[in-house]
Design a protein around this ligand. Sequence first.
Ligand code: FMN
Length: 577
Amino acid sequence: MILLQERLRSPSRLTLQTVEIAPDTTAIRSLDWDRDRFDIEFELQNGTTYNSFIVRGDKIALIDTSHQKFRDLYMDALRGQVDLSTLDYLIVSHTEPDHSGLVADVLALAPQVIVVGAKVAIQFLENMVHRPFHSQVVKQGDCLDLGQGHELEFISAPNLHWPDTIFTFDPKTQTLFTCDAFGMHYCDDHVYDEVPQILEADFKTYYDCLMGPNARSVLAALKRMEPLTVEMIATGHGPLLKHHHADWVNCYRQWSAAQASTEPIVTVFYSEDYGYSHLIAQQIGIGITKTGVEAELVDLSELDQQDVRDLVNTAAGIAIGMPSQTDAVAQTNLSTILAAAHAKQAIGFFESGGDQDEPLYPLRNKFREVGVTELFPPILVKEPPTVALNQCCEEAGTDLGQWLTRDRTVKQIKAIDTELERALGRLSGGLYIITARKGTHDKAIASAMLASWVTQASLSPLGVAIAVAKDRAIEALLHCGDRFVLNVLEENNYQPLMRHFLKRFPPGADRFAGVKTYDASNGSPILADALAYMECEVTSRMDCGDHWVIYSSVQAGRVAKAQGITAVHHRKVGNHY
Ligand SMILES: Cc1cc2nc3c(=O)[nH]c(=O)nc-3n(C[C@H](O)[C@H](O)[C@H](O)COP(=O)(O)O)c2cc1C
């Protein structure tokens, strides 16, 4: 079974295993024995592995790479396996850094390689590797013939767990390479899943954290896998699923079916190859998922009518990117969406920015007649997407998601016991406006919000903590390394600013229109009428359920009026701000 196994121990417990897993197929497994965190908040008990694969026909393909921390070990092992000047393809299953962290290193040594991935993956990589490279975009059903029977087939699996995920199937060895999907954070020398009992807990935790939030996307990927005869699932994390793969797949099917029946979903219809449709769909999807609602992105030009009907029937909300007038399949599917839509659904439209967009307004009128609720004004794209358009699309998606979860939010608020609610209400805070601007000139985006859950959090270094709801517009500008200004409102002068920033702004609106500001040295706006301000930089974010607690260092600050007093917000109940 194992023809070749090398184990190279290093002091930091990073080891490497090279194993022949099927004819012409080698796994290079990077074993990270001590990793104890993933995706910031996800605690690991048993380390993890990053699995990469080589498939050899007449041509040679590498499927995924490894984490940067394995640079020397991995590159040595890879060079031991393949003369890199003969490597033909690098298939990128998705662009998360733990699998694509060494793509640039491979390209540096093998500039002839053609990078194969989903359209979005190739675009992400262009920003990641900072050098020109050959690429080939693939979608559902596309094939790549390596020769000798290794005619690789690609399965589109968006959102498992990144938007750009693809699976690769090798019909000769009946191996399905799935990267994150079906994986688990489990590190040991066993290459396969011989004893499922010791893996079950890690497999489930991994599903709950990474796959469960996109249960419908999991079901869609399982459906696309059905025609394949799979003998082994070669995952990107943990052991390869060879002995019990059907059972593991069944777990995904059952868990996802249970999850999908309870959670609302928004289906975003777009046309992968038309205009900027996929980029806009992506941003709307990000905005929707910020509210805890699942977003499923589907290509209008690739679906049959029954699929469209099923998708519309199960969706609580729909977003439609206008396809090309010449795309007959998409045109038929638009009519099917219209026929299946019903009055309880939320909807939004965007124009893709192609040359021959189907006109948006006549279609919008027809949907209005059905009685659907339009959640954001049509997004009309004329130029290549900018950061401002991305922000607008994200906010539009969030508006849609918030509308769909409004009942749940009210229920949660009402569920707190009255005594506890009153006790919590005795916690008081000041009143502040957080302002942030990222980028410069026409590449700048800005946002602001009123906050009262703000506190100093450390003296050395000087730091503050702010609780920011996960679906706030400004959240996108408060990631680690981002800078902002904390404006302190004044007791006798807070109402105009408070009223202004509590307005419901449409997606992409300029929140500073009509407000006097000047620029802080970190680039964010200082409110001229604030009592004091502090310039801050985000250093960490803690996941606190429906809020992020954003901890930031404070670099500079000033008080405008020496005698001024901070506006204080006294509450009676603790179930809202
Ligand atoms: C008195 C008061 C205090 C608030 N404090 C916070 C806060 O600390 N964190 C937060 O996320 N939202 C807080 N909010 C809610 C936001 O200010 C406001 O609803 C939000 O800016 C609107 O959402 P958007 O910016 O995503 O469009 C507060 C609202 C009020 C009325």
